[in-house]
Design a protein around this ligand. Sequence first.
Ligand code: SAM
Length: 265
Amino acid sequence: MDNFFQHRARKRFGQNFLVDENIIEKIVRAVAPRESDRLVEIGPGQGAITQLLLARCPSLTAIELDRDLIPPLKFKFRNYEQFQIIEQDALKFDFGEFAGDNKLRIVGNLPYNISTPLLFHLLGFRGAIQDMHFMLQKEVVDRLGATPGSKAYGRLSVMVQYFCRVQGLFPVPPQSFRPAPKVDSAIVRLTPHTTQPHTARDEKLLERIVNIAFQQRRKTLRNALKPLYPDLDANQLPIDAGRRPETLSVQEFVQLANYCAELDS
Ligand code: SAM
């Protein structure tokens, strides 16, 4: 750790700092930044990943919530003219407005306590994002890439796979961090689709249906949909109503949502 960071890791900010040089290099190799990229790093911490990213790409904006980390980060990277740091909660940051006409490449060893809401926040700006490389709890990476019928398959899998290509890249053990987290971690790459493989007519409705489906994993589709559509004629559904919602593929959820969108119109 640089001696200008007189910093004790704060649990409430999900601070587990990367100290394993090999892993940091592996992450940056996976990102493969180019000089012309617009990089955004969420939660630079003490700048472990930032440093190597900046060596390859001068245009980097870091978003950090912990105000005590801002002065030492500014000092550490004072010689990089296109480095800027924004003291803000990434959950409230408008990535779309920030991107303007550019596409952002987003990187982050994310605070695990906010990773799911942050992923949903970012999906809202998918049109402004080229790709995202994140360190997450391994269990979350497994959920992101899960296939229908598996235990890990849920709302997060369906909604993220609807919007993005998901690639789990490599695991990262707890001892690569200080302090060491209690869980295993992994790196994932999310690439928003430029052309959607399946298009929901009403994406909010798709989200509502997916939410309700996974709130009651053991129910049949017929019963799971009842709270939303009490008068639904299950025989008319494009999917067998006796199936469990957790067995539906992303494409089938889209088919179902498009059918329900017609009922609403
Ligand atoms: N990137 C550093 C590393 O790999 O060593 C630090 C990673 S640490 C797991 C998470 C970082 O995100 C911390 O620096 C923390 O202060 C910051 N953070 C926590 N909540 C945040 C939020 N809502 N918005 C932006 N940054 C946040």
